[in-house]
Ligand binder design. Structure first.
Ligand code: GUN
Ligand code: FE
Length: 426
C-alpha cells in the first residue's frame, strides 16, 4: 500500500532535459504515493510523517526500461555473433516458441521477475510472446512485485515459425481481445498492443489490431528502422509507403491519438523523424542491443534537437543486461563513437541528458513519472555507494556519474514504486 513518509539523503533528479539537480542532505516527501517535493529542511506540514534518514546515501527517481523482451531473458549474453534477422531466426524465435509450455514459462519468468525486482528499474514496457497464457502468467508475477509495467502479448503472422504464428487475422484479433479482457484485474500492470514489427505483421493483422486499438484505446509498442536489411525488406513488403514509420502510421499505430513506443530508430531519416516528431512518438534507445547486433548507433542528438521524446531500453536479449545505469553509460559512449566516426554534427550526449532519458524521459510514457517534482509518482531508488572506495572526496554528482560507469545495479539499498517499498533497508 502506498503510504505517506519522508526520505532524507542526497537527492538527485531532473526537471529539464540537460539539467541535473542535486540537493544534499535534503528531504523528499511522499504523500499517498505521490511526490510532495524536495526541501532543504522539513516543512511544518510534513513533520507528522515518518522520516527515514538514509544518511549520506543517494536518493534518485526510479528508472524506466522502455523496451525489454521478458522471454528472451533466458538467453541473455548468448548468441551475439549475428545481425538482427538471422539472430531472430536462430535465437529469439527458437526461445520464444518454448513459452507454449507453461511450466517452462513459469521457470523462466520467475527468474526474469526476481531479477527485475533487484534491478534499478521501477517501470518497464515489456514484450511477452504470442502465447496468451504465458503472457498472463508474466503479468500476474509482475503485478505481485509492485513494479509498474506495460506488457504486450506479441502479434505476428508472417515470416516466422509456425509455433509463433497467429492462426489467421480474425483469430488474432479475437485472441488479443480475449487476452485484454483477462487483464482487467491488474492494477500495476497494463496491456499494450504489440505488433512485433512490420516484416512479421501482415496488412490484415495490422488492420485487425488497428480496429481493436480504437475500440479498446490501447497504447502501442513495436520496432522501427533497427537494421538496414530489415528496412530494405519493409520497402519490399510495403512499396506504397514513404518510410518504415509510415507503415505503422497508416494504421494509426504511430502515436498521436494512442501513444507509441518505437524501439531503436537507428536508421531513421529526416522524413521519418519528421513524422515521429509530429506524432510525438517515444523512441526507446537501446545502445547495447544496437552494438551487439551491429545495427549501428541511433542519431539521438538529432532526435533531441527536434524535441522527439527519448527513453532508454535494455532490449534484452539483444542487450545482455537489465541495468539502466549501464544503458546510460553506453548511450554516452556510443554517441561519442557516432560523433567521431560518422557525423561530427551530432554532439555526444552528456551524462545529465542520459540521466534524464532513464528517469523523466522514459517515465513520461507512464504520465508524471521519473522526477521528484510535486505531483509525480513516488518512484525512488536509495543507493549506497559506501564501499566504492576513493582517496578523494567526490561530489554527489560525481558519485552518481561513477555509479553509471562502475556499479550497475549492485548498490541499491531500497526501491520504492508509487510510494510502495519494493525492497530495502529502512
Ligand atoms: N525486431 C523484431 N523483433 C525483435 C526482437 O525481438 N529484438 C530486436 N532487437 N529487434 C526485433
Ligand atoms: Fe526489441
Amino acid at each position: 500500500m502506498a503510504e505517506s513518509f519522508v526520505l532524507k539523503g542526497n537527492i538527485c533528479y531532473s526537471m529539464e532535459r540537460d539539467e541535473l539537480l542535486v540537493r544534499e542532505h535534503s528531504y523528499v516527501i511522499c504523500e499517498n504515493g505521490v511526490c510532495g517535493g524536495v526541501y532543504p529542511s522539513l516543512p511544518e506540514d510534513f513533520r507528522w510523517m515518518e522520516c527515514v534518514d538514509y544518511g549520506d546515501r543517494l536518493i534518485i527517481p526510479g528508472f524506466t526500461d522502455l523496451h525489454v523482451h521478458a522471454p528472451q531473458y533466458a538467453f541473455r549474453g548468448l548468441g551475439m555473433d549475428l545481425e538482427l534477422l538471422e539472430w531472430l531466426e536462430e535465437h529469439a524465435f527458437v526461445e520464444e516458441q518454448k513459452y507454449a509450455d507453461l511450466a517452462y514459462a513459469k521457470k523462466a519468468y520467475e527468474i526474469f521477475t526476481e531479477d527485475l525486482v533487484k534491478s534499478a528499474t521501477t517501470r518497464a514496457c515489456i514484450f511477452g510472446t504470442i502465447h496468451t497464457e504465458a503472457t498472463l502468467l508474466l503479468m500476474d508475477m509482475l503485478e505481485k512485485t509492485g513494479i509498474k509495467a506495460f506488457v504486450g502479448r506479441v502479434n505476428m503472422d508472417r515470416n516466422c515459425p509456425e509455433g509463433l504464428c497467429e492462426a489467421g487475422w480474425g483469430k488474432a484479433a479475437q485472441d488479443t481481445e480475449m487476452w485484454l479482457e483477462r487483464c482487467c484485474g491488474f492494477k500495476n500492470v497494463r496491456p499494450i498492443l504489440t505488433p512485433r514489427f512490420i516484416p512479421a505483421c501482415s496488412d490484415g493483422l495490422m488492420r485487425g489490431l488497428s480496429e481493436l486499438q480504437k475500440r479498446c484505446h490501447l497504447p502501442v509498442q513495436s520496432h522501427l528502422s533497427e537494421n538496414r536489411e530489415e528496412i530494405a525488406w519493409v520497402k519490399e513488403l510495403c512499396p506504397e509507403v514513404e518510410n518504415y514509420g509510415a507503415a505503422y502510421d497508416r494504421y494509426g499505430m504511430f502515436g498521436e491519438e494512442y501513444p507509441a513506443i518505437m524501439a531503436h530508430c537507428v536508421h531513421s531519416g529526416e522524413e521519418e523523424m519528421e513524422l515521429m516528431e509530429r506524432r510525438k512518438v517515444f523512441v526507446a534507445h537501446c545502445p547495447e542491443s544496437n552494438a551487439n547486433l551491429s545495427s549501428g548507433v541511433a542519431p539521438v542528438r538529432a532526435f533531441l534537437n527536434r524535441g522527439i521524446k527519448v527513453g532508454l531500453g535494455s532490449d534484452i536479449a539483444a542487450g545482455s543486461g537489465l541495468s539502466m545505469f549501464r544503458a546510460m553509460a553506453l548511450a554516452v559512449q556510443c554517441s561519442k563513437l557516432k560523433w567521431r566516426l560518422e557525423d561530427g554534427a551530432l554532439e555526444p550526449l552528456k551524462f545529465s541528458e542520459v540521466f534524464y532519458m532513464a528517469t523523466k524521459g522514459g517515465g513520461e510514457f507512464f504520465g508524471n513519472v521519473g522526477s521528484f517534482e510535486k505531483g509525480f509518482a513516488f518512484d525512488a531508488l536509495v543507493i549506497d555507494d559506501g564501499d566504492m572506495r576513493s582517496p578523494q572526496k567526490l561530489s554527489v554528482q560525481q558519485r552518481l556519474e561513477r555509479l553509471a560507469y562502475l556499479a550497475e545495479d549492485k548498490h541499491i539499498a531500497a526501491k520504492y514504486v508509487g510510494g510502495r517499498k519494493i525492497f530495502g533497508i529502512s
